[in-house]
Design a protein around this ligand. Structure first.
Ligand SMILES: NC(=O)c1ccc[n+]([C@@H]2O[C@H](COP(=O)([O-])OP(=O)(O)OC[C@H]3O[C@@H](n4cnc5c(N)ncnc54)[C@H](O)[C@@H]3O)[C@@H](O)[C@H]2O)c1
Ligand SMILES: O=c1ccn([C@@H]2O[C@H](COP(=O)(O)OP(=O)(O)O[C@H]3O[C@H](CO)[C@@H](O)[C@H](O)[C@H]3O)[C@@H](O)[C@H]2O)c(=O)[nH]1
Length: 431
């Protein structure tokens, strides 16, 4: 099939490349010339494992092309909308400017029989409000939320754990079945539903995941007061299959371009709908999460004797999670910025996110390697659990720093081994 993907960011670029690898003819469209130039040359404009290989595989085949001109979508039958829906600058709600602009730009190129497929995460009710403009061209709208995780985006796109179609006709459903024929043939669970359910599934899923993380981080706060160990607590409740151990890793909390802004937008939408009380709890989820960032800063202050001012601190990690260069609402970057704001001499390192961090936080000092960040540090703060940080040898690192103080903001280090090597170790929710 001939597909267009409007918006080639973390979601859209992977979607375009994955659809091409599955045999479709795809045109990726974005307003960002630099991104399109990179993609057109077969280069990934951001770090995502597996994406460079997909781009190389399809580069030059004609199967996958990129353009800044939306007219290039004119001979496609299915058009995915994958533009950003960030938090509004002056409020918690979602900013739908990019979705509206993408749809407006596409309208003149739509023809009867086309299917526009919303993938962006939007407030419930968005599809209902967009549909008349699309239907006026003879095309139809479907909402097909995306559940990929950064770091696993290629696999999650090619082998999704479920498909959700919000559709108004059998024809739209059949077109989506053709797009996803490989996953459908593999027996991937499929929920065919209406627009509002499809939109709500997405925000509900992210709200649930955020709630699970903040739940365990609330337990971490209690563990810190009582001397309990939150990682053992998570293991013990996680053995209950109804609860499950996944997404119960206590630490510096959740960040990224999705969970934080999605729970805020969800709550804002509930208020608009007159059901603010239904999602009022998400404010607590957000606050528990943000308190964990402050907790890391407080721990550093305590371990350095009451002040971080002019103390050299190695911050290991800037990305919101490992295997990503994404620093949107990153707890790690927030901790680095917070410590720097208190006058600490922060030296930060991340295997992939430094370029992005440097653009947003030019005031920080960045190291070229873990070793360089650690040199003469008076405290080490691990905030993104990259493998290379998890594998640090406490005995070797001891010779590089000026003082053996480590804060394990992701509870991933072998506490006993670090203590045995003479380190003062502090985790989150475990003493
Ligand atoms: N990143 C993820 O893991 C993920 C997963 C599932 C859903 N989502 C949702 O997908 C959407 C996109 O997220 P993202 O992380 O890819 O964002 P992103 O910021 O990385 O990418 C958005 C892209 O859209 C482009 N764009 C903006 N306006 C445009 C227009 N009018 N025409 C063409 N292109 C335009 C931007 O230049 C940018 O490249 C959001 O709604 C997000 O919540 C993201
Ligand atoms: O036990 C855990 C698990 C995760 N996190 C943090 O939570 C954040 C989000 O992690 P993850 O969900 O793996 O990353 P995303 O790539 O943002 O994916 C989420 O957001 C996407 C965009 O909506 C959805 O498509 C995915 O299904 C959803 O998992 C990161 O900061 C993690 O460090 C924890 O603190 N503890």
């Amino acid at each position: 099939m001939k597909l267009s993907v409007i918006g080639c960011g973390y979601l859209g670029a992977v979607h375009a490349a994955a659809m091409a690898s599955l045999g479709h003819e795809v045109v990726g469209i974005d307003v960002d010339q630099a991104k399109i130039d990179a993609l057109a040359e077969g280069r990934a404009p951001f770090f995502e494992p597996g994406l460079p290989e997909l781009l190389t595989e399809t580069h030059g085949s004609g199967q996958l092309v990129f353009s800044t001109d939306v007219a290039a979508a004119a001979d496609c039958q299915v058009h995915f909308i994958a533009v950003g829906t960030p938090q509004q600058v002056d409020g918690p709600g979602a900013d739908l400017r990019f979705v509206n602009a993408a749809v407006d730009s596409l309208l003149p190129h739509l023809k009867p029989g086309d299917l526009v497929v919303g993938k962006s995460t939007v407030p419930v009710g968005t599809a209902d409000s967009l549909a008349p403009r699309i239907e006026a061209t003879g095309a139809e709208l479907a909402w097909n939320p995306e559940f990929l995780r950064e770091g696993f985006a290629v696999k999650d796109t090619i082998e999704p754990d479920r498909l959700v179609y919000g559709v108004r006709s059998e024809r739209a459903r059949n077109l989506l079945d053709q797009v996803y024929s490989t996953a459908v043939a593999a027996g991937t669970p499929l929920v065919v539903t209406d627009y509002p359910t499809a939109e709500l599934v997405k925000t509900a899923a992210n709200a649930f995941l955020a709630t699970k993380i903040s739940f365990i981080n609330a337990m971490a706060e209690l563990a810190e007061t009582t001397g309990a160990d939150v990682t053992q607590l998570a293991d013990a409740i996680g053995y209950d299959k109804r609860i499950g151990r996944k997404f119960l890793n206590a630490g510096v909390g959740f960040g990224g371009g999705c969970l934080p802004k999605d729970i805020r937008a969800f709550r804002a939408r509930a208020e608009e709908l007159g059901r603010g009380e239904s999602l009022a709890f998400l404010r607590e989820i957000d606050e528990i999460n943000l308190r964990r960032r402050q907790r890391v800063i407080t721990l550093a202050t305590e371990l350095l004797g009451g002040s971080v001012y002019q103390r050299r601190i190695a911050v290991l990690g800037l990305a919101f999670k490992p295997n990503s260069d994404d620093i949107r609402d990153s707890p790690a970057a927030d901790v680095a910025v917070g410590l720097n704001g208190l006058g600490a001499e922060v030296v930060a390192y991340d295997p992939e996110a430094i370029e992005n961090a440097r653009r947003t936080h030019p005031q920080l000092t960045y190291a070229a390697s873990t070793k360089e960040a650690l040199a003469d540090a008076e405290a080490v703060v691990l905030v993104t659990e990259w493998d290379e940080f998890k594998q640090l040898d406490p005995t070797v690192v001891a010779d590089q720093v000026s003082q053996r103080v480590i804060i394990d903001g992701r509870n991933v280090l072998d506490r006993e081994a670090w203590r045995a090597a003479g380190w003062r170790y502090a985790g989150l929710g475990r003493s």
